[in-house]
Design a protein around this ligand. Structure first.
Ligand code: ATP
Length: 351
């Protein structure tokens, strides 16, 4: 039995079906991200788990117990918001111990827990400060400590890093993940940032228009996107339209040319598909057993670690990443080149 079970969850606001039929089982200690574009229903789903919204239909069980009719403060959940939501008139120490005081814990327990929490977030000496005397990153650490102090069963985070600048975001990613793993707490994390989801999660739920389009590990989601939506939303992807000519032998037609993908295809003969591949799957020059592609460079973007080239191939334009090596010359716009790609690096996506 999974620790958090969400079954046939739905939420409608007036005529708007925000969450359509959402199903998910989260194991104890797992870190799950809800990833998707603005408005796909991530926050609404999280708020239903927290108890701030009532589902239109469906069930939510935590530790085997149906919580749909349980008040938020009775669910044993800790929540962190994008806006920190610290009490401005309380010190860091008072913020962190707030939940413990409400729960009527004794002073010795509260003091011990406060010390543990402040050490855990790396701010052991800032207990007497007020929120306005802290940086955004420090405030969010305090919000995390406040959520975790009462030792909840589930931690919910709603875009907790979105308001912070890039450098702090990256370091807090690792800190949150390390704390989550140390405590072994079951966690659901809402984000629209694919790098956050890929780098932090055990599994990712890619949401699209109120349903889970795909649920999988970061590697599965990135390497084997199940739908065109997932493929487009997670990472950069080249796509070329093609028609299946022989599914048994894996032959497709692209712009009048036959291409052998050397594997059986699940799509029927005549089906319209997209051949999809990551910019890093292509490389310059010819490769043994690989498909050669002739093209002309239309754009050169120097990104530091990599050089991203846009290359016109017939009617299509594709992106290609080349590593920036010391001493290597930048490719020149307008020049012709041969690229190659392994057939196994080409995904075939249906509608
Ligand atoms: P974002 O990243 O922008 O927060 P999201 O995926 O978290 O996006 P939700 O906040 O769940 O999306 O919102 C999904 C849709 O539901 C949006 O169109 C939003 O306007 C609508 N919505 C959310 N809450 C309410 C409400 N209380 N009343 C009416 N509509 C709402």
């Amino acid at each position: 039995m999974a620790f958090l079970e969400i079954e046939n969850l739905q939420k409608t606001f007036g005529d708007l079906r925000v969450v359509r039929d959402f199903n998910l089982n989260v194991e104890q200690g797992e870190f799950i991200s809800f990833l998707g574009p603005s408005g796909c229903g991530k926050t609404t789903t999280l708020r239903m788990v927290a108890g701030f919204e009532t589902p239109t239909a469906g069930s939510i069980r935590i530790g085997g117990k149906d919580v749909v009719n349980v008040k938020p403060n009775q669910r044993n959940i800790g929540m962190v918001f994008q806006s920190y939501a610290l009490f401005p008139n309380l010190t860091v120490a008072q913020n962190v111990t707030f939940g413990l005081k409400v729960a009527g814990r004794d002073k010795a327990t509260i003091d011990t827990r406060l010390k543990e929490m402040l050490t855990m977030i790396g701010l052991p000496d800032l207990g007497e400060r007020y929120p306005f005397q802290l940086s955004g990153g420090q405030q969010q650490r305090v919000a995390l400590a406040r959520a975790l102090a009462p030792a909840p069963q589930v931690l919910l985070l709603d875009e907790p890093l979105s308001a912070l600048d890039a450098q702090i975001r990256v370091s807090l990613r690792s800190e949150i993940r390390a704390i989550q793993q140390k405590l072994g707490i079951t966690t659901v994390y809402v984000t629209h940032d694919q790098e956050e989801a890929l780098s932090m999660s055990d599994r990712i739920v890619v949401m699209h228009r109120g349903i889970a389009d795909q649920i999988g590990t970061p590697v599965e989601i990135y390497n084997h996107p199940a739908t065109r939506f997932v493929a487009n939303f997670v990472g950069t992807l080249n796509q070329i339209e093609a028609t299946v000519a022989d599914p048994e032998r894996g032959v497709v037609e692209v712009a009048g040319q036959s291409l052998a993908l050397e594997r059986k295809l699940s799509h029927p003969k005549g089906a319209s598909v997209a051949l999809a591949f990551r910019p890093q799957a292509l490389h310059m020059g010819k490769g043994e057993g690989e498909i050669p592609v002739r093209g002309r460079i239309s754009e050169v973007q120097f990104l530091g670690a990599v050089i991203r080239l846009k290359v016109d191939v017939g009617e299509a334009s594709i992106s290609l990443d080349a590593f920036n090596r010391a001493g290597a010359e930048l490719p020149v716009t307008g020049s012709e080149l041969t690229l190659s790609i392994a057939p196994s690096d080409i995904l075939v996506l249906g509608d």
